[in-house]
Design a binder for this molecule. Structure first.
Ligand code: CUA
Length: 362
């Protein structure tokens, strides 16, 4: 091309200024690319480090054979994906730098039918997906069913909280599930409204709770302790605050807990708590929240018969303290906007009485 030849042979002061500014620009781009690379490296290193940190809900810290096989598989996929990411992005950056437009370049020549390249980038992903499929089969096999005589717990998903029913003892709990340690529990999963997903990363994978259908599977904890979980299906504005906790306890402790949960509510003896119970009745809180031994099957809000015995409020959004209970009842929408709990206009004295009553329900 004549233009190219002319520019290549000319060496005027103007073109040397241009090539200097060109070099400065390339230097700046190189500097930016290095900085971006450093940020990416920090982020890529930081995310797994944070997730690996000892957390009762860590996906990297399986506490059962099922959870461990899922987390091993997850790490394998993560490593493979990271290798593919580095190779593909590395090639992309290399091509961008190596074949970038230079002053005087003409239109690049189009390239057609590099058959060996096309075959390579089709076959490699097929092999990778086939490998992952084969390695996934034993992981799926590890998610077994509960034995026929297994202890059964029904978990019902609601927007945005969990209901746990223990049919053998006719006990109902909310947001915090207790199970006997070292036993395979049959978990029956149902939904009261939309699709939710039950997920305790350290115990097992995820399973959906679907309206009008019951899904069954097994839950087991090998060691006593607290296991954190989370609704894993986008179910509305407060999906992120639909947390759940599993407390795995030795059988005698579990039996005592479930027997206590089956008891009717203790009648308040303290005058403030008695006043609170009266306000609870006047405000028709019982239209949604059951407090009794009657266990209304149509409960649209958490059963409060033993609310004082729980460690958290509002499906894990708050720790269960009198102050947090006051904040929650005073303005639930301030804490969980979009939750179904309305705001009641209670005076400070009324609020105090209701909180005293509820916190006394152990
Ligand atoms: Cu329930 Cu997300």
């Amino acid at each position: 091309m004549p233009g190219v030849a002319k520019q290549a042979c000319t060496s005027s002061p103007r073109s040397s200024r241009e090539s200097m500014s060109q070099r400065t620009r390339i230097g700046q781009s190189y500097h930016h690319a290095r900085r971006l690379g450093a940020i990416l490296a920090v982020l890529l290193g930081l995310v797994p480090t944070l997730a690996l940190a000892q957390h009762p809900g860590s996906v990297f810290d399986g506490a059962t054979p099922q959870a461990r096989s899922i987390s091993d598989y997850f790490v394998l996929v993560l490593i493979l994906a990271a290798v593919v990411f580095v190779i593909v992005e590395g090639l992309l950056v290399y091509v961008l730098l190596r074949f970038r437009a230079r002053p005087g370049d003409g239109r690049p020549r189009p390239v057609f039918e590099k058959q060996h390249l096309e075959i390579t980038w089709t076959v490699i992903p097929i092999l990778l997906v086939a490998l992952l499929f084969v390695l996934m089969l034993p992981v799926m096999g590890a998610a077994e069913d509960a034995p026929p005589d297994a202890y059964t717990v029904t978990a019902i998903g609601h927007q945005f909280w969990w209901e746990f029913r223990y049919p053998e003892q006719n006990a109902i709990a909310a947001n915090e599930m207790h199970i006997p340690v070292g036993e395979k529990i049959r978990l029956r999963l149902q939904s009261a409204d939309v699709i939710h997903s039950f997920w305790i990363p350290r115990l097992n994978g995820k399973l959906d709770l679907i309206p009008g259908q019951t899904n069954e599977w097994v839950l087991e904890a090998d060691t006593p302790g607290e296991y954190m979980g989370q609704c894993a299906e986008l179910c509305g504005v407060q999906h992120a605050w639909m947390l759940l906790r599993v407390f795995a306890q030795p059988r005698p402790e579990f039996d005592a807990w479930v027997a206590q949960q089956a008891q009717p509510a203790a009648a308040p003896t303290d005058p403030t708590a008695q006043q609170g119970a009266e306000i609870f009745r006047q405000q028709a809180c019982g239209n949604c929240h059951t407090i009794s031994g009657s266990h209304d099957p149509g409960g649209v809000a958490p059963n409060l018969t033993h609310v004082g015995s729980r460690t958290t409020l509002a499906a894990g959004a708050l720790t269960n303290t009198a102050e947090n209970m006051r904040r929650w009842i005073h303005n639930p929408q301030d804490i969980k906007p979009g939750a179904n709990m309305p705001t009641f206009k209670l005076s400070d004295a009324e609020l105090n009485a209701v909180v005293t009553y509820l916190e006394g329900l152990k």
